[in-house]
Design a protein. Structure first.
Length: 167
């Protein structure tokens, strides 16, 4: 017994309408047609895939990954992992009092080389900033972003060439 299936769906995206039609006829192959039109009814997209039925799932996953990656290139706001939340204060300027608070929090518990990641995460939540933003700002306020409690040295390290060592 042969089963025949015809599915149609469409979606509005801005000033364009995209339509998909899928047909299963012989049970071995699936034909998928895509079309798109603008407000004037002019064609802006066309395409057809004919796949063996057993290839629907892997090809669907592949197409989904490709479309998601391409959409990230087109819309930078989507350029983060699914489910990742944007920092509440992302791109907001740092006020002087926030710099003071960040420095105080970083230096508060003394030097602890093992707690860097945990403290960065806590400060990220507290200040509503990304972890990389916190790390970058720590350097600007004179703190070593790798070791909580440690200040950056105000004097540069001497190189062995400058100090005459090894000559």
């Amino acid at each position: 017994m042969a089963i025949s299936l015809d599915y149609q769906g469409d979606v509005q995206a801005g000033d364009c309408t995209f339509a998909v039609r899928a047909r299963i006829g012989d049970g071995e192959h699936v034909a998928i047609e895509l079309s798109g039109t603008d407000l004037d009814g002019d064609s802006i997209a066309t395409g057809e895939l004919v796949l063996p039925a057993h290839g629907l799932v892997p090809c669907g996953q592949l197409l989904s990954e490709v479309m998601e990656a391409l959409s990230r290139l087109h819309d930078p706001r989507k350029n983060r992992k699914r489910g990742a939340r944007a920092a509440t204060n992302a791109n907001a300027p740092w006020a002087a009092e926030l710099d003071v608070q960040l420095r105080e929090h970083w230096l508060a518990d003394g030097v602890d080389p093992t707690a860097g990641t945990v403290v960065i995460s806590e400060l990220s939540e507290l200040f509503g900033r990304s972890r990389s933003s916190i790390r970058a700002r720590l350097v600007k306020v004179g703190c070593d972003p790798d070791v909580p409690g440690r200040r950056l040295s105000s004097t540069p390290a001497m190189s062995t060439v400058d100090s005459g060592v090894g000559t």
